[in-house]
Write a protein that binds this ligand. Structure first.
Ligand code: GRF
Length: 222
């Protein structure tokens, strides 16, 4: 079967891009990266794309008079590359309703919190300030409202007493690198159905145990 063609949009480091590159290196993975686009010239993620031999473009938003003009250039490049799914991976531009509507159900994002908690930026600082015992990450379909939209998969990670924003971010990032390739796999396999505000993933069950924090062994058998 043809592999799902991904367009990955980045602005910086590109570690989530890297996780998709590594997943797609396996011949059995049902998706491939057709194009990487950065809005930031010199983004580290572009080096990762080059090292993997991927097609890449820099489309600098500062070169355009308006957000719609910038996004038209994005859509043109993605369409030319015959992209079937757009993956936002640390892409730091807000998107217009028009762009989101154009790519409706073909546009996903990863966010470093358990949405709908802690939308926006400076997530880990706010998580620590709130004193919650778990944080995590979310892969979701994109809708016009920022960091909203049907949730495909989440991973929970414990917050440790000694955490600072960097140590927590690193722990969450490891989970991000697990769940983004997984969500894309499920989409490519045709398992993911949007049902209103929710997503059903065919053939994938919820885990049988929960977690507790603080806890002697971290597990909560239910
Ligand atoms: C990740 O934490 C992602 O969840 C958020 O931006 C960060 C991007 O990191 N949207 P990277 O560029 O993928 O390393």
């Amino acid at each position: 079967m043809a592999r799902l063609r991904l367009g990955v949009l980045i602005s910086g480091r590109g570690s989530n891009l890297q996780s998709l590159i590594e997943a797609a290196a396996a011949p059995a993975y049902p998706a491939e990266i057709a194009l990487v686009i950065s809005n930031e010239p010199g983004a580290k993620g572009l080096e990762r794309a080059a090292a993997a031999g991927l097609a890449q473009r820099t489309i600098d938003h500062r070169d355009f008079d308006s957000r719609p003009a910038f996004e038209s250039a994005l859509t043109a490049a993605l369409t030319e590359a015959e992209v079937g799914l757009v993956c936002l991976a640390g892409f730091m531009r807000l998107l217009t309703d028009r762009f989101v509507a154009h790519w409706d159900r073909r546009l996903v994002n990863i966010h470093p919190s358990l949405l709908p908690a802690f939308k926006g930026i400076h997530v880990h600082e706010r998580v620590l300030a709130a004193g919650v015992r778990f944080s995590g990450c979310t892969v979701h379909y994109v809708v016009p409202e920022m960091d909203s939209g049907p949730i495909i998969v989440q991973a929970a990670v414990p917050v440790a007493g000694a955490d600072d924003a960097d140590s927590l971010a690193a722990r969450v990032l490891k989970a991000e690198h697990r769940i983004y390739p997984l969500a894309v796999r499920w989409i490519a396999e045709g398992r993911v159905r949007i049902e209103g505000e929710r997503v059903a993933v065919d053939g994938i069950a919820a885990p049988r145990s929960g977690l507790m924090n603080p806890s002697d062994d971290g597990r909560l058998v239910l």
